[in-house]
Design a protein around this ligand. Structure first.
Ligand code: DAH
Length: 345
């Protein structure tokens, strides 16, 4: 027995030295300490030893078992440390290498225009409001003084969903919502940027486009307020030298109504291809809120007056950034979009 113990001791030392991974360590453990392992076999033999030899070998066998267990544990710890340092070595990075270029997105020209307008009007005390795109005939037309069968409806080729529901053709529809929702019937100062829909498609018209509506209702609001506001608005968007021209026009929800042109920011009004050699570009519809609209939506026109305006955001963005085809705004072509990644535009 003594011989066997010695042999096992030297064997285990030898074998542990050549261990390279966890699996072979486990093999060694099984070989010596497993159910049929060499130490286990010795323990079985121990039972048949003469009584007087038992204390001596009992102790020796116990020590052997503990020794093996400890050396396996030790080896295991070492293996783990080796593994970690190997992994660290493999994952070493060269911090002097040039970095990968991070491709940053840029804001869509329409988003830029909308944010610019919102910042300006919020700074003048306006609220930024919104309304449903799936609108009712009532709010899109009737409450704006455009009853069923009104000829002015022909100007807006409408997508009807049912006879009552439609895709809103103008953000003016939100005017009626705001007036109706205002329980105190107090003053209103709002802009409404949003999507609008009409059945048209060519280089300068899209079936889905964007408008921003402006509405101010208060006591003693006059044309002077409208003119001053639009001047601030257009000079802010297109440059301080921008001039405005108000031409009489017709919208059922305003009286008087105007078509508002701005002097061409490219040629300063001399005439160029952008303004089609007229020096002016038509950008807005505007006017003094019609008394019928105030009355229909709960405001007393003898107490309150207001002004309203509306403009196409796509047209404004196209003019500002000299984009010649509206479809570019909606085709998500990266070559087009990345041109707006510059801080100076
Ligand atoms: N909603 C009109 C359109 O889409 C634009 C417009 C004209 C809005 C006059 C107004 C306004 O608020 O007063 O053609």
């Amino acid at each position: 027995m003594e011989e066997k113990i010695k042999k096992i001791k030297s064997q285990i030392a030898e074998q542990l030295k050549s261990i390279k991974d966890k699996n072979s360590l486990e093999d060694v453990r099984i070989k010596f300490l497993g159910k049929k392992g060499e130490v286990t076999e010795l323990l079985k033999e121990f039972k048949d030893l003469p009584k007087e030899e038992k204390p001596k070998f009992g102790k020796a066998l116990n020590e052997l078992k503990n020794e093996i267990e400890n050396s396996i544990k030790e080896r295991e710890t070492k293996l783990k440390a080796e593994e970690i340092s190997k992994k660290l070595e493999e994952e070493k990075i060269d911090v002097t290498l040039p970095s990968k270029k991070i491709i940053r997105g840029s804001k869509h020209p329409l988003t830029r225009v909308i944010e610019e307008i919102e910042d300006l009007f919020v700074s003048m005390g306006y609220d930024v409001c919104s309304g449903p795109e799936l609108e009712t005939d009532e709010f899109c037309f009737e409450r704006l003084n455009l009853p069923k069968g009104h000829p002015a409806r022909d100007m807006q080729d409408t997508f009807y969903i049912t006879t009552e529901y439609l895709l809103r053709t103008q953000t003016s529809a939100v005017q009626a919502h705001t007036m109706m929702d205002n329980k105190e019937k107090g003053p209103i100062r709002e802009i409404v940027p949003g999507k609008t829909y009409r059945r048209e498609d060519d280089a300068t018209h899209s079936h889905q486009f964007n408008q921003v509506e402006g509405l101010v209702v208060d006591k003693d609001i006059s044309f002077a307020d409208l003119k001053g506001t639009l001047e601030i608005f257009m000079k802010h968007m297109l440059g301080p030298n921008t001039e405005l021209r108000f031409r009489p026009s017709y919208f059922p929800f305003t009286e008087p109504s105007y078509e508002v042109d701005v002097s061409c920011f490219k040629c300063g009004g001399k005439g160029c291809n952008l303004c089609k050699h007229t020096g002016w570009i038509e950008l807005l519809g505007a006017g003094i809120v019609h008394p019928n609209v105030l009355r229909m939506n709960g405001y007393d026109p003898d107490v309150y007056s207001g002004f309203a305006f509306g403009t196409g955001l796509d047209r404004l963005a196209m003019f500002k950034y000299e984009i010649t085809d509206i479809r570019l705004l909606y085709s998500n072509d990266v070559r087009f979009l990345e041109q707006f990644d510059r801080k100076d535009i």
